[in-house]
Structures are given as structure tokens and as C-alpha cells.
Write a protein that binds this ligand. Structure first.
Ligand SMILES: NC(=O)c1ccc[n+]([C@@H]2O[C@H](COP(=O)([O-])OP(=O)(O)OC[C@H]3O[C@@H](n4cnc5c(N)ncnc54)[C@H](O)[C@@H]3O)[C@@H](O)[C@H]2O)c1
Length: 349
């Protein structure tokens, strides 16, 4: 068991990490609370969580949302508000989010807005949610015109990342989360990257999960409202969003991030920011995990470049890239010419 403490503008909260974190974590409060989850996670993990809540004196009301990104929307939110009102939740009540990033984002937005804000506890059940979405306070829902367009910053009271819940996670979801873990190694933890290279990462998750979480924790503590350094977390993501869009979301986010990491490293090598050897090193690890690393031939470099122009992370007319310098260090580069971006894509086929 590990506990990391996250500093936020409003104070500090703990992330309890490891096998059995649910049983070890202390969290106070009592009375009526809401456990928001989805249909799939409810069947797999809610009984254990409900027992843990009852043992701590809570009277939990379960709110189940349908499974899938397509339900991360205002209709789902409205149904949640209705049930929170029916359950007579008060300002001092707690909303627990049990699930992946979708449940965490939508339940977090409900917690940020219901009665102008109630206490929120994250119980992430996917690898991606543990290492990424449950940290940093960003919550929200999608709008038909775009992903995550409606949202807020809502810091949780605690995060409980019990890795035993990952036992039921399908392989494809593991790989999606691993793309972000590799990204965290490249951004800020060379030793994390080496552990993944040399060990059986799935069996030995206890050896690295807290490190993977810490990379994001440290960055968001320094930049809670995404005004500067937090951009580092977008390593590979400008390419990834363009790939996802062009593939009509047939490429999953984690797969697109993996390809984006390789494109970004090509670009970095071409600009002399890192050695060519870094490309092979990153690509080998991603391949060993089972992630794709090459831009599919069906997408032209021009089409990808055009898709990048609509990326939210643009700074004025220029495209901003986060580029690796080494394992554990990245640079923020604002002035990359179009020809170099296109060359980076072509080299990564
Ligand atoms: N708030 C943030 O900072 C942030 C950061 C990154 C991503 N996100 C958001 O997170 C979402 C993606 O999260 P995700 O990858 O966790 O997807 P998800 O929540 O859709 O979960 C993936 C699938 O795994 C299932 N699942 C969850 N836990 C399981 C378990 N323990 N065993 C078996 N199945 C399980 C889910 O029901 C779902 O079918 C996106 O909406 C994205 O926008 C938010």
C-alpha cells in the first residue's frame, strides 16, 4: 500500500494505491451517500465496495449509468441529479465514483455542481483512470459538438486506487492505460520506463503503479488549472487526436497515443532534441505491450496535419508540440514548421 498526497489550491488529499487499498483507506463521513457506477462495474465490484461503505457507517444509494463514452453526456447527468434529489443527498454528503474515466468524469461533474458542490471520492477501476483521469481534478461531460466541452475543476476528497479491481479488466483496456503509463515514464520518470522494459509489467504492477501516478500528481500540483506545465501531459496527443478523428474512432485513444509517442520522438530526433536511438527504445516498449506504433498507410500526412489544426491545444496559429529529449525529460516547442511535422508522420509509417 502506498499513499501519495496531492497538493491542490484548496488543500491536500490522499491517493491510496495498491492491492486492498479499499480496505486500508480511511475516509470519514457517515449517513446517506451516493455510489455512482456503470452497469458493468456494478456487477463486478459494487458488492465489495458497498460492504466497505456500510462497514464505515455509510448508507449508500447506488446510481447506475449505462456503460460507454456515448453516455458521458447531459442526459446521463440529468438522470443522476434526479436520483441524488430522490436520495436526499445533502451538502455534506459524499458522492463516490466507482468505474473508469467515464464514470469518474460524469460523477465528478455531478459532485461539482449538485447543491453547488458536494464531497467527491474517486474509486478508479481502469488502469487509465488510476494513472490519469482520476488525478488532477478535471471533470465533465461531452457535447454532441465535441468531447469534454462541458466541465469543471473538482478536486476529490480522496482517491482509492485498489489494483485488485484490475483483475477483471480486459486486455484491450490494460493496453490503453499502458500507453499513458509509458507516456508518464517519458515525461518524468526514467526508472518507471526501465521497470516496464525489464519486468513483467502486468504481474508486477505493484512495483510501478504509484510511480506512474506520481508523475501526473507532481505536474498537476505545480499547474492545477492547466496554464503551463500541465501541457507536458499532452505528449503524443496532438498526433493522437488527429489519428482518432481520421479513423472515425476505430483507433482507440491509447492506440493513437502510442503511435503519437513515436511520431513525437521522430520529430524530436529530426530537430536534434534527442538521439535516434530513443525512437527504437520507445517503439520497442510499446510493441512489447501490444500497442501499435506506426501511422496507418490509409491516412495521408496532409490529412493528419489538417486534422491537427483543429486540436484544442493550439496556441494561436502555431502548433504546439511536447517532444522527448530523453527518457524522463520533455521540451515544449511552439515553432515546428509544417514540413517537419509531415516528415515526422512519413517516417513513422
Ligand atoms: N478527467 C481527466 O483528466 C481525464 C483524463 C483522461 C481521460 N479522461 C476520460 O476518461 C475516459 C476514458 O476512461 P477509461 O479508459 O477508463 O474508459 P471507460 O470508463 O469507458 O472504461 C473502459 C471500459 O472498461 C470497463 N471497466 C471499467 N473498470 C473495469 C474493471 N475493473 N473490470 C472490467 N471492466 C471494467 C468499463 O465499463 C468500460 O466498458 C474518457 O471519457 C476520457 O475523456 C479524463
Amino acid at each position: 500500500m502506498n499513499i501519495l498526497h496531492v497538493k491542490t489550491p484548496e488543500g491536500e488529499y490522499p491517493i491510496h494505491i495498491g492491492a486492498g487499498a479499499l480496505d486500508h483507506a480511511r475516509f470519514d463521513g457517515a449517513g446517506v451517500c451516493a455510489l455512482i457506477t456503470n452497469s458493468r462495474v456494478r456487477a463486478l465490484h459494487a458488492p465489495r465496495v458497498l460492504a466497505a461503505l456500510r462497514a464505515r457507517g455509510f448508507d449508500p444509494r447506488v446510481i447506475v449509468i449505462p456503460d460507454g463514452e456515448q453516455f458521458k453526456n447531459l442526459d446521463t447527468l440529468r438522470a443522476i441529479y434526479d436520483q441524488l434529489i430522490d436520495a436526499r443527498l445533502e451538502r455534506s454528503s459524499i458522492i463516490f465514483a466507482l468505474g473508469g474515466g467515464v464514470v469518474g468524469d460524469v460523477a465528478g461533474f455531478a459532485a461539482a455542481t449538485f447543491l453547488r458542490g458536494v464531497v467527491f471520492v474517486q474509486m478508479p477501476t481502469t488502469l487509465l483512470a488510476m494513472v490519469d483521469s482520476s488525478i488532477g481534478g478535471k471533470v465533465g461531460v461531452d457535447h454532441p459538438r465535441g468531447k469534454n466541452l462541458i466541465g469543471a475543476f473538482k478536486q476529490p476528497r480522496a482517491v482509492i486506487a485498489d489494483t485488485t479491481m484490475l483483475a477483471t479488466l480486459p486486455d484491450v483496456e490494460w493496453r490503453a492505460g499502458m500507453a499513458e503509463v509509458v507516456k508518464h515514464g517519458i515525461i518524468g520518470d526514467a526508472e518507471l520506463f526501465e521497470i516496464l522494459e525489464t519486468r513483467n509489467w502486468k504481474l508486477e504492477i505493484g512495483n510501478w503503479i504509484a510511480r506512474a501516478i506520481r508523475v501526473k500528481v507532481e505536474i498537476v500540483a505545480r499547474d492545477p488549472f492547466e496554464r503551463g506545465e500541465r501541457a507536458k501531459l499532452n505528449l503524443g496527443h496532438t498526433f493522437a487526436h488527429a489519428l482518432e478523428t481520421l479513423s472515425d474512432y476505430r483507433l482507440r485513444h491509447g492506440e493513437a497515443v502510442a503511435i503519437g509517442l513515436v511520431c513525437a520522438t521522430w520529430l524530436a530526433a529530426r530537430r536534434g532534441l534527442c538521439d535516434d536511438a530513443l525512437i527504437a527504445r520507445i517503439e520497442n516498449l510499446l510493441r512489447a505491450i501490444g500497442l501499435p506504433t506506426r501511422v496507418p498507410r490509409e491516412f495521408s500526412a496532409d490529412a493528419l496535419f489538417a486534422a491537427m489544426q483543429t486540436d484544442k491545444k493550439r496556441v494561436g496559429a502555431r502548433l504546439r508540440f511536447i517532444l522527448p529529449r530523453a527518457i524522463g525529460a520533455v521540451a515544449l516547442v511552439d515553432d515546428v514548421p509544417m514540413a517537419e511535422v509531415i516528415a515526422g508522420i512519413e517516417k513513422t509509417r
